[in-house]
Write a protein that binds this ligand. Structure first.
Ligand SMILES: Nc1ncnc2c1ncn2[C@@H]1O[C@H](COP(=O)(O)OP(=O)(O)O)[C@@H](O)[C@H]1O
Ligand SMILES: [Mg+2]
Length: 232
């Protein structure tokens, strides 16, 4: 099966900041991994390493050679052109002919419920529509692994539910999901596995039920306090 990725002993510095420390993580095809931890704990950096945007200073990143991946960033962005062209451009940049790219882009916009605004200037879209545009752009690439950095952080409750529903549908279609989130309810709803980070380290890596319901033990004391704090 496509869609696995493995990090071993990954270390990464930004100048004096030690952002990732000794990260060992194997993500199997079809998993839904929720990444949690305080601001600055390394979630975004880890996602960027998984996506290949950042090269670690030490350690290895190995992925299934046949696999495609896509990333949805924390702040949805769009170029000053139609929603359709925004998605088509992502395909064209990967070598798809413009006419085919537009066809696939329309399909992708339909997939996220945005077909009706395909010809609107993307800069006029609401936050929720922009995030769905980002999901369409990612989905159009046919990724085996979808990486999402706090995909609903800036959205109102309605838009948040729409984005979560799409993530759920993508996962059900067999896509591997790795998403950072501050919303523990969302992690409970969508993840099958929880990775808790602190100061660049993974302190807990457990099935979602074990993480939220089980005693986390001494090594994960901090994770327990974090969960209590966030939920309390
Ligand atoms: N481009 C960058 N340059 C310098 N420091 C960075 C950069 N990106 C992240 N950092 C630092 O690396 C650490 C981890 O950041 P980040 O991965 O963004 O954490 P999180 O997503 O969990 O909030 C933080 O201390 C942050 O300030
Ligand atoms: Mg972040």
């Amino acid at each position: 099966m496509s869609g696995w990725v493995q990090l071993q002993g990954v270390d990464l510095h930004f100048g004096a900041v030690h952002a990732l420390r000794g990260i060992d993580l194997r993500i199997a095809a079809g998993e839904r991994v929720g990444l949690i931890g305080a601001n600055g704990s390394g979630k975004s950096t880890l996602l960027r390493v998984l996506d290949g945007l950042l090269k670690p200073g030490a350690g290895s990143v190995v992925r299934d050679g046949a696999m495609r991946q896509a990333m949805v960033f924390q702040r949805p962005f769009a170029l000053r052109m139609t929603a359709l062209s925004n998605v088509a451009l992502a395909l064209w940049l990967r070598g798809v002919r413009w006419r085919d790219a537009k066809e696939r882009a329309l399909l992708a916009l339909g997939r996220v419920g945005l077909a009706a605004i395909a010809l609107r200037n993307a800069r006029t879209l609401s936050g929720g529509q922009l995030q769905r545009l980002a999901l369409a752009r990612a989905w159009a690439l046919g990724p085996h692994v979808l990486l999402l950095d706090e995909p609903t952080a800036s959205l109102d409750p309605h838009a948040k539910r729409e984005v979560e529903a799409l993530m759920e549908e993508f996962a059900e279609s067999g896509m591997t999901l790795v998403f950072a989130s501050h919303n523990l309810g969302q992690v409970k709803r969508l993840a099958t596995r929880v990775v808790y980070m602190e100061q660049g380290r993974i302190l807990a890596d457990l099935p979602v039920r074990a993480f939220f319901d089980g005693p986390l033990g001494e090594t994960s004391r901090e994770a327990e306090l974090f969960v209590k704090g966030e939920l309390g």
